[in-house]
Design a protein around this ligand. Structure first.
Ligand code: GUN
Length: 298
């Protein structure tokens, strides 16, 4: 890899997220004026995981800033699965709540699938319920996971057209890889999902016009695997050690290398990360409108 300057457009996820959030705030103002309510989002955190606590706090702040109601539930790490499901059922019944998000991961003694299954699909702003996943697969209107929606928005703003583009999604999680593959397919991309057993991943990468990496491994994709001019979306957020002991955040892509080859690339931090909360707010407005039979403002 030569020591040339970055040539790629650096995609400013913070700026795009600010635009999305401003649009949501406008929609909330319109809902208050025309329908006399503010959407409500409940976020449930179980345990003391420091990173999850920061995410939950940021979600609450962003919800209030958008003019919506925020309901936070913090439960101790030894909460039983039955008690957590009871809380979810109470939130399902609460008319002030339009969206329910249970922060993942959950402690080991709780089966995540049981908890997600208990969420009313109409309030499933994470898009993780089987009903939401089935709607997405069937091309029906519904709630779609936030990070894939954020990725699509960033790609849409940096590509002439999706039609016929080769898209490679590395990672097959139900929160990112799988739903994103369906969204790209809906836009008529030719989609490949790669994962830990994929043979000759580098070759798959070099063919991709759209490359999305969501594996949670620091700088996993090297610059020489990126097709010249490709759009690269880096979903990873990994903390790596530094000499001063503070550590630094890097993505799943070697940014320095890839930014000399790609046409456009998201940085870490400041790329996909800010989009997830923005899309969560958007999903809360969508859920509130669908549940009440109101036309979705945007
Ligand atoms: N943990 C990390 N990302 C997410 C997310 O998008 N939703 C939930 N529920 N938990 C997460």
């Amino acid at each position: 890899m030569s020591e040339s300057e970055p040539t790629a457009t650096i995609i400013d996820g913070k700026a795009v997220a600010a635009e999305v959030r401003a649009g949501v705030a406008d929609d909330v103002t319109a809902l208050q004026k025309d329908h006399d309510f503010s959407p409500g989002l409940a976020v449930v955190l179980v345990g003391e995981d420091a990173a999850s606590a920061v995410y939950v706090r940021n979600k609450g702040r962003a919800t209030i800033k958008a003019g919506m109601q925020s309901f936070e539930h913090r439960l101790p790490a030894d909460t039983s699965e039955a008690d957590l499901i009871d809380l979810v059922r109470t939130l399902n019944q609460d008319d002030a709540i339009d969206g329910i998000l249970v922060q993942l991961p959950l402690p080991d003694h709780i089966d995540e699938l049981h908890v997600i299954d208990a969420i009313d699909p109409a309030k499933d702003v994470d898009g993780l319920h089987v009903i939401s996943a089935g709607r997405l697969m069937s091309g029906m209107a519904g709630l779609v996971p936030c990070t894939p929606l954020g990725c699509m928005e960033l790609i849409r703003r940096n590509i002439d057209s999706f039609e016929g583009k080769r898209a490679l999604v590395i990672g097959r999680s139900k929160l990112v890889g799988k739903p994103l593959a369906f969204l790209l397919l809906q836009e008529n991309c030719t989609v490949t999902i790669a994962h830990s057993r994929t043979i000759d991943l580098a070759e798959e990468c070099r063919r991709a016009d759209i490359l999305v990496v969501a594996v949670g491994r620091p700088e996993f994709v090297e610059g020489d695997c990126v097709k010249p001019g490709a759009i690269v979306i880096d979903v990873g957020i990994n903390r790596v050690p530094t000499d001063d002991g503070k550590g630094r955040l890097v993505g799943d892509v070697n940014f320095t290398e890839a930014s000399r080859v790609a046409g456009a690339i998201t940085p870490v931090p400041g790329g996909v990360g800010p989009m997830t909360i923005a899309q969560l707010l958007r999903n809360t407005v969508t859920a509130a409108c669908l549940r009440r039979g109101i036309t979705i403002p945007t």
